[in-house]
Design a binder for this molecule. Structure first.
Ligand code: UDP
Length: 475
């Protein structure tokens, strides 16, 4: 491996899945463009979907980073049909370690820093062996990091299942976490995904710095706790760099010309965008209620439709395919014809960033994945938080109770079907009702905060990334 004296070289490693790949690609692009880094991104692939390939292509033109795909390891002997997503991802990363090690050691120019994302903690050892600084990139928020780092302690303090507790869990210096809000891997302490999650919690503090996809003013309290030695800083220790919001820039709109022509004709802030992330799905019954709720709201909408699944949560790797004719098999009879010029259905996947950026879009019903939230806030769009999986229940609470930019169903959608009347009221609340005024204003306020964070002069994110870039330069 040669050491290039001119450019610092950051190696980024992305866990499988679009929700992980997107922010890693964007972070890489920013290091390359703003700080003149050579950037190599390793993508531990799942089955690369069409959307994933498109995303990689779009992110790579112009070619700012070198992208290397690590072929998916054969884990068929290690997982079964009921293996949880977190376990699958942890195993995939573990089984990819030697391929990753080999590929990194043969890079032409020696990396000056390695940046691992959520499931990459077990590969910190590769950086140690090569004596390269190692950073951890959380494409989520500070409260999520706080819980992840504190779970090894909760593991000792709490008896029985977290979900059966009656009191919230105190996290030093942070908002406490209610039993029903815990992240998916904490739902069942006997499941392997819980052990993987606790292991990750113990490994996170071993890095040289943590990059987090927020900006300083977004969560000052949680950030202060993470930096205070007497609170969570006593556990986390590594410096925290706020590098957000990291969101994709506008991309090609592909085959959606008609959709954007329609959007161009709608009044500003009048269209609700409905989408459940890269793999979220609803049950059959919930799909019907959502359809009627949208109709009852009398608001314009764009709905990224996926075929229902029995349970309705996150299919993650398998976004099902659906044809126009199939829509009528799971949408209410006549719905497709009835919505006419008021609503547009997009099958499976839509150019989300472009849609949220369009002036006609004034609300977002979202599964509350962190990328979607950052994209919505960056465009000043208020939300209906509809959490499905992962850390999304915490995200929904953060959006509604702390940031004030969303409404959420009274009872979690995972606990019961949200009825059409409640959906109608939530839609009207964020789009038109007087009571939603403060939420809409707050979304615009946060948008300005996000823009300020990225500004070259005194922006907290820009400064934070510059500080990090300096540290990652050649010793
Ligand atoms: N996305 C998109 N079109 C879709 C659905 C999702 O472009 O139809 C993108 C979205 O813009 C976001 C990512 O996929 O960048 C989803 O990430 P998020 O963290 O919101 O959720 P996840 O899919 O990881 O649950």
């Amino acid at each position: 491996m040669e050491t290039s004296i001119s450019k610092p070289h950051a190696v980024l490693i992305s866990s499988p899945g679009l929700g992980h790949l997107i922010p890693v690609l964007e972070l890489g692009k920013r290091l390359a463009t703003l700080h003149n880094f050579e950037v190599t991104i390793f993508v531990v692939a799942s089955q690369t979907s069409a959307a994933e390939s498109e995303m990689i292509q779009a992110a790579m033109s112009p070619k700012l980073c070198q992208l290397i795909e690590v072929p998916p390891p054969d884990i068929s002997h290690l997982v079964g049909p009921d293996t949880a997503v977190v376990t699958i991802l942890a195993i995939m990363m573990r089984e990819s370690k030697s391929a990753l090690r080999a590929a990194i050691s043969t890079l032409k120019s020696r990396p000056t820093a390695m940046i691992f994302d959520l499931f990459g903690t077990e590969s910190f050892e590769i950086a140690d062996e090569l004596e390269i600084q190692k950073y951890y990139f959380i494409a989520s928020h500070a409260w999520f990091l706080a819980l992840a780092a504190y779970t090894p302690i909760l593991d000792k303090l709490v008896q029985g299942q977290y979900v059966d507790q009656t009191e919230p869990f105190d996290i030093p210096g942070c908002k406490s976490v209610r039993p029903e809000e815990v992240v998916d891997p904490m739902l069942d302490r006997t499941n392997q995904q819980y052990f993987e999650y606790v292991r990750m919690g113990t490994e996170i503090p071993l890095c040289d710095g943590i990059l987090i996809n927020i900006w300083e003013d977004l969560q000052p309290k949680a950030l202060a706790a993470l930096r205070d030695d007497k609170l969570l800083g006593g556990i986390v220790k590594a410096p925290i760099y706020t590098v957000g919001p990291i969101v994709r820039s506008l991309g090609p709109t592909g085959s959606n010309k008609e959709l954007f022509d329609w959007l161009d004709k709608q009044p500003s802030d009048s269209v609700l965008y409905v989408s459940l992330g890269s793999g979220g799905t609803l049950s059959y019954e919930q799909t019907i209620e959502l359809a009627w709720g949208l109709e009852l709201s009398q608001q314009r909408f764009i709905w990224v439709v996926r075929p229902p699944t029995a349970k309705g949560d996150g299919s993650f790797f398998t976004v099902g395919s659906v044809g126009d004719d199939e829509l009528s098999s799971f949408l209410p009879e006549g719905f497709v014809n009835q919505i006419n010029e008021v609503g547009k259905l997009v099958l499976k996947w839509a150019p989300q960033v472009n849609i949220l950026n369009h002036p006609s879009v004034g609300g977002f019903l979202s599964h509350s994945g962190w990328n979607s939230i950052m994209e919505s806030i960056s465009n000043g769009v208020p939300m209906i938080a509809w959490p499905l999986y992962a850390e999304q229940r915490m995200n929904a609470t953060l959006l509604t109770e702390e940031l004030g930019v969303a409404v959420t169903p009274k009872i979690l959608p995972s606990k019961r079907v949200v009825g059409r009347e409640e959906i109608m009221m939530m839609v009207r609340r964020i789009m038109v009702d007087k009571e939603g005024h403060a939420i809409r204003d707050r979304a615009k306020e946060l948008k300005h905060g996000a823009e300020k964070a990225w500004s070259y002069e005194g922006g907290s994110t820009y400064n934070s990334l510059s500080l990090l870039a300096n540290k990652c330069k050649h010793p």
